[in-house]
Design a protein around this ligand. Structure first.
Ligand code: NAP
Ligand code: ZN
Length: 347
């Protein structure tokens, strides 16, 4: 077994605290990674506090991982010791179903194994994530990381980046489209950068007036404060897409009438309570509401390569591991510019 140090939540109501545990010995297809940086996703907080229910404790969150390969199993062909490597939200899947064969491992028909809070497919132990000094994953679930970009800014691409890239590629967001991004946090700021890079006209819809200048610096062409109904009036029937990244319960209907005919609201934010949407808000203008879950492995590599080529990274505030609980509190207040990333050297 491999001795590992990390931070864990012991229950839904306790702060995260230092936690030592053991990871499995290397399997033939495993890559062992010494973690350098791990991003802090709002999903980590939802899970640590059991907001989605089903959290197994102790829970070690973290699924925006970059680091260096320290060991590889006997059958590994894609990585060698010393390589930079990334792990996102998945560490395994059945790799045999139709979705896995198409590189849509996130939609594995046998349910993919998440990086944390998921039963391991082989031994049933609960996976533990990137708030730790090392991790193991099957080589097919490990990503190649370019040395061209600062690693702390690359870590959030593994979840915030791919979660916004994937639906925009699926819906072919491009020049000529009017895209609204709802919520300027970790996912939202990546959505702005990526949508702008795809050539779309981007409007930031935010509850925080103080984020206007940043939204424009990140690539938004317009900004509307959603708390001010006057600012939304001129946007009725305006957008082709709304990318909803909001983490808290909110009224979806407030935004649906901003969609033009055939407009699509893409939900990536996962608030704890179900949405209430009257059919009439969809019937008129033939609007749709769709969801999207992270991205598969081939598309995640494609996104990382795209970002390396276009110089796209996350805007980060690097924190020490011990400051994670304060970071969670600030994230809840929308006070993150725009992703906290843990420097694992501080563990
Ligand atoms: P985050 O950094 O905390 O950003 C969320 C943003 O939502 C905030 O910055 C804020 O932006 C806005 N917001 C917060 N409360 C709001 C409210 N009551 N009403 C309206 N807007 C509000 O979170 P994140 O890490 O980007 O994650 C966002 C959500 O996506 C979470 O629910 C997370 O679990 C989910 N997620 C989903 C996937 C997927 O595969 N679909 C993957 C990763 C994460 P403003 O200040 O601009 O209003
Ligand atoms: Zn995430």
């Amino acid at each position: 077994m491999i001795a590992t140090k990390g931070y864990a939540a012991q229950s839904a109501t306790e702060p995260l605290a230092p936690y030592s545990f053991e990871r499995r010995d290397l399997r033939p297809h495993d890559v062992q990674i010494e973690i350098l940086y791990c991003g802090v996703c709002h999903s980590d907080l939802h899970t640590a506090r059991n907001e989605w229910h089903g959290t197994a404790y102790p829970c070690v969150p973290g699924h925006e991982i970059v680091g260096r390969v320290t060991k590889v199993g006997s059958h590994v062909s894609k990585f060698k010791e010393g390589d930079l490597a990334g792990v996102g939200c998945l560490v395994d899947s059945c790799q045999e179903c139709n979705n896995c064969k198409q590189g849509l491992e996130q939609y594995c028909e046998q349910v993919a194994t998440q990086t944390y809070n998921s039963p391991d497919r082989n031994d049933g132990t609960i996976t533990k994530g990137g708030y730790s000094n090392r991790i193991l994953a099957h080589e097919n679930f490990v990503l190649h990381i370019s040395d061209k970009l600062p690693l702390e800014g690359v870590a959030p691409l593994l979840c915030a980046g791919i979660t916004t890239y994937s639906p925009m590629r699926y819906w072919k967001v491009s020049k000529g489209h009017k895209v609204a991004v709802l919520g300027l946090g970790g996912l939202g700021h990546m959505a702005v950068k990526l949508a702008a890079s795809f050539g779309a006209e981007v409007t930031m819809l935010s509850t925080s007036a103080s984020k206007e200048a940043d939204a424009k610096r990140l690539g938004a062409h317009k900004f509307a404060l959603t708390k001010d109904p006057e600012q939304l009036k001129g946007l009725t029937n305006y957008f082709d897409f709304i990318i909803d990244t909001v983490s808290a319960d909110h009224d979806y209907n407030m935004y649906l009438n901003l969609l033009n005919t055939n407009g699509v609201m893409i939900c990536v934010g996962a608030p704890p309570s179900p949405a209430q949407i009257p059919a009439f808000n969809l019937i008129f203008q033939r609007r749709s509401v769709v969801g999207s879950l992270i991205g598969g492995l081939p598309e995640t590599q494609e996104m990382l390569d795209y970002c390396a080529e276009h110089g796209i990274t996350s805007d980060v505030e690097v924190i020490a591991m011990k400051d994670i609980n304060e970071a969670y509190d600030r994230m809840l207040k929308g006070d993150v510019r725009y992703r906290f990333v843990i420097d694992m050297a501080t563990l």
